[in-house]
Write a new protein. Structure first.
Ligand code: HEC
Length: 265
């Protein structure tokens, strides 16, 4: 590779590795496609010009403007929520809109997407009967994208051939999802899925929140849970703990596997 090529290549790598492009807008036949897109807060949008003429992406109040030559692309990160209308400064009839979700809307979207989007990360069916869907989706975000409950409470955590630690496309093991059975430091994690009355791990919402705040073992009075990171989780807002509880009541009931797992399996 000659040095100029190598330089181009490393600049390309730099650009692509630091901004994750969530959406691509194609500029073709004097049209932005798709014309309206909705992204999460912090995502980047890339415009790719496939026309033989130069276009621009110019926000209507001039928050940004960038010319894009034929065959070139331009990407930009969106760090403020709102709806941003833009046009091409050379061809003002070309218009488009980028809608950026708020921080909370972005979390809800991710929490829902973990279960609903393709490729499926967690192929379970949620029971939303009698629940506020957004509470459940926020719970999904907190449990699956932040707290890592499945790492310690699912045996095995990932589906066969879908273990990200082996370089495979990630997918949680749905049949034993949060059903416990992981051995950690002499403890075996319990089943968190709903019991026959619909209570996760058999706990009422008050008992669940009390457990996460104080670490008191509900089964053995006086014992403090030794492995559960409850001192960390117990700092969450009541609203967040309620969301986790709502989520745990909506996941499918599952049996704890007969054979225990080690963490990370
Ligand atoms: C580092 C591993 C780990 C993580 C992460 C973890 N847990 Fe646990 N959890 C355990 C273990 C082990 C126990 C068994 C008790 C102990 O800690 O001694 C337990 C116990 C529990 C219990 C008590 C159930 C009962 O009836 O005894 C609940 C409820 C619980 N975990 C919920 C959660 C939730 C919700 C999350 C995610 C927000 C989570 N855990 C994340 C390891 C973990």
């Amino acid at each position: 590779m000659n040095s100029l090529l190598r330089l181009f290549f490393s600049v390309f790598l730099l650009l692509t590795s630091f901004s994750v492009v969530a959406a691509t807008v194609t500029i073709q036949n004097f049209t932005f496609t798709p014309g309206v897109i909705t992204i999460n807060l912090g995502d980047s949008v890339e415009w790719v010009n496939q026309d033989a003429t130069t276009h621009s992406t110019t926000q209507d109040a001039n928050l940004w403007t960038h010319d894009v030559s034929p065959g070139q692309s331009f990407s930009q990160e969106f760090t403020k929520p709102g709806a941003f209308n833009y046009h091409c400064r050379f061809h003002p009839s070309m218009t488009g809109t980028i809608k950026v979700r708020t921080a909370d809307q972005s979390r809800l979207n991710i929490g829902q997407g973990i279960i609903a989007a393709t490729p499926k990360v967690l192929p379970i069916k949620l029971n939303l009967t009698g629940k506020i869907a957004n509470d459940v989706y926020m719970g999904s975000y907190l449990v699956n994208a932040q707290a890592g409950c499945a790492n310690c409470h699912s045996c095995p955590t990932y589906a066969v051939g879908r273990n990200p630690y082996n370089g495979e496309l990630k997918q949680f093991n749905a049949t034993t999802y949060l059903a416990g059975g992981v051995q950690i430091e002499g403890q075996v994690s319990p089943n968190l899925t709903p019991d026959t009355t619909g209570k996760p791990a058999g706990l009422t919402r008050t008992e669940f929140k009390d457990l996460l705040r104080t670490g008191h073992d509900p089964d053995v009075p006086g014992r403090i849970l030794q492995v559960m990171p409850w001192p960390i989780f117990g700092q969450m807002s009541d609203n967040d703990l309620n969301a986790i509880y709502a989520y745990l009541t909506s996941i499918p009931k599952a049996q704890t596997p007969a054979n225990t797992c080690n963490m990370g399996q």
